[in-house]
Design a protein around this ligand. Structure first.
Ligand code: ZN
Length: 465
């Protein structure tokens, strides 16, 4: 029998939902769990979609890939961060390694694959594709599929195909809910077509809807959420969506034989968002950052607001915080002497980890030095990586709050933050251990190579599960 491996990725799928809260709504998932192994999957530092999926597909950490988030510094100037794309990936992906062994892959919606590069197989890129995500088939010049003609098949087979929901940070939740289910059905419809019609060995797809779901609907489900709304019309949206994922899984499984290894994975989990820490307000309050003129009202932070002669550090918002230090000889107007760099980082780490909430309780912020958590630091890493309140708080970059706290996200409504642990389920008809100990996101690529009986490159960080 020819070995085949099918991986279905549910972006942001949380272990407490799949393995526990929605267990009874997901019979297909539970059949797989009982017939194989499953458990929590420890994500990257930070647990963010980009770079997490690519770290999973290469078994390299964000430092080795030199990709620390969606946006990265491209030099030591104060220019805006630039958005990562597939050209930034310097390590071979699973489908490239398998291609060298004459194995063909389907790669559908995996984040950070745009622009699609030629390889032995079929690819549809993901949500960082610079196209109207609602009407991707309208733009024929973009390399969002490989081969290019695959976009015509999408149009024929699944004309509603959406790369992503165009504006998922919205208050129009009823509309968003409708879009969410529509996008997921359309993606799986095309996935089933590829599953049946293409002679693949390795099939890897990622559904983004689960991530958009959590960010928009978490408060209607989680009773511990500070903005929990009981009896909302969206009270069952989360459960219904997971049920849909399970139905789609069932459909997919009916198209593969018993010898196919099936895996379900997520890139990270999710947790309620307690609030936001205004990182630049905090830096200003503690004497690290000075503005040229005080902002009037809440304003998006830009580096041209900063008085660099009086600024030691500035920060970026996002699910986690990033702090950059203004170093003499490195940044254009640096003021921190290189020999004081470590002291400034240590002092910042200590002060950040002492942050309390409005009632005076320490929120358990964790601060990482990139060189301590990565094997290598390519390109330009942040000087510090910050999990505010152990990721129950997000980092808010905007200024003018006159407070370090906010309960509104500056980039639009958002109910949840990312949690460090995602999920994995593996059914390969060899091991039936049920629930096993937490594995690493770096273990997935070696596991797939082992399924195919191929050598695992030394540079890969993980081990086969
Ligand atoms: Zn994600």
């Amino acid at each position: 029998m020819k070995k085949r491996v099918l991986i279905i990725g549910w972006d942001c799928a949380a272990p407490e939902l799949v393995f526990d809260a929605f267990k009874d709504d997901m019979p297909n998932t539970h059949r797989l769990m009982q017939a194989g192994n499953y458990g929590q999957l420890d994500s990257t530092v930070p647990p963010i979609t980009v770079p997490a999926w690519m770290c999973m597909m290469t078994s390299r950490d964000p430092g080795e890939l030199g990709i620390y988030g969606f946006r990265n510094r491209s030099d030591y100037s104060y220019n805006a961060l630039s958005i990562a794309n597939a050209h930034d990936i310097n390590a071979p992906t699973l489908w490239e390694l398998l291609g060298q062994k004459q194995k063909r892959s389907v790669v559908l919606g995996v984040p950070l694959t745009y622009p699609a590069k030629p390889f032995p197989g079929w690819m549809v890129t993901s949500f960082l594709t610079p196209v109207n995500p609602n009407t991707p088939t309208a733009d024929r010049n973009l390399q969002w599929t490989f081969p290019t003609r695959l976009s015509r098949e999408i149009q024929q087979i699944s004309p509603n195909y959406m790369i992503d929901i165009p504006n998922f940070r919205t208050d129009k939740r009823a509309e968003l809910e409708q879009q969410l289910f529509k996008m997921t059905h359309a993606r799986f419809k095309f996935a089933r077509y590829l599953l049946e019609k293409k002679p693949w060995d390795f099939f890897m797809m990622v559904e983004m809807g689960s991530d958009r779901l959590h960010h928009a609907f978490w408060r209607y489900w989680d009773k511990t959420h500070p903005k929990y709304e009981p009896n909302s019309p969206f009270a069952d949206t989360m459960r219904n969506y997971y049920r849909t994922l399970d139905d789609e899984l069932g459909e997919m499984l009916s198209h593969v034989d018993d010898d196919t290894t099936v895996m379900i994975v997520s890139d990270h989990g999710a947790k309620r968002m307690e609030g936001g820490i205004c990182v630049n307000e905090w830096l200003q309050k503690h004497g690290y950052l000075t503005h040229k003129t005080e902002p009037h009202g809440i304003t998006r932070f830009t580096t041209d607001m900063v008085d660099w002669q009086q600024t030691k550090a500035w920060g970026e918002g996002g699910y986690y915080g990033r702090i950059f230090i203004n170093v003499i000889g490195r940044e254009p107007h640096g003021i921190v002497q290189a020999e004081h760099y470590e002291n400034v980082r240590d002092e910042l780490k200590e002060q950040l980890e002492a942050i309390v909430d409005e009632s005076g309780q320490n929120i358990r912020t964790r601060v990482f030095k990139p060189e301590k958590v990565y094997r290598e630091c390519r390109n330009i890493p942040p000087d510090l990586i910050v999990y505010f309140g152990d990721l129950y708080w997000r980092s808010v970059g905007s200024v003018g709050y006159n407070s370090i706290y906010t309960d509104e996200n500056d980039t639009g409504p958002d109910d949840c933050n990312h949690a460090e642990n995602g999920i994995f389920i593996i059914k390969d008809n060899k091991q039936i251990d049920g629930l096993v100990s937490t594995k690493s996101i770096y273990d997935i690529a070696p596991t797939v190579l082992k399924e195919f009986g191929l050598d695992i490159p030394d540079a890969m960080q993980g081990n086969p599960i």
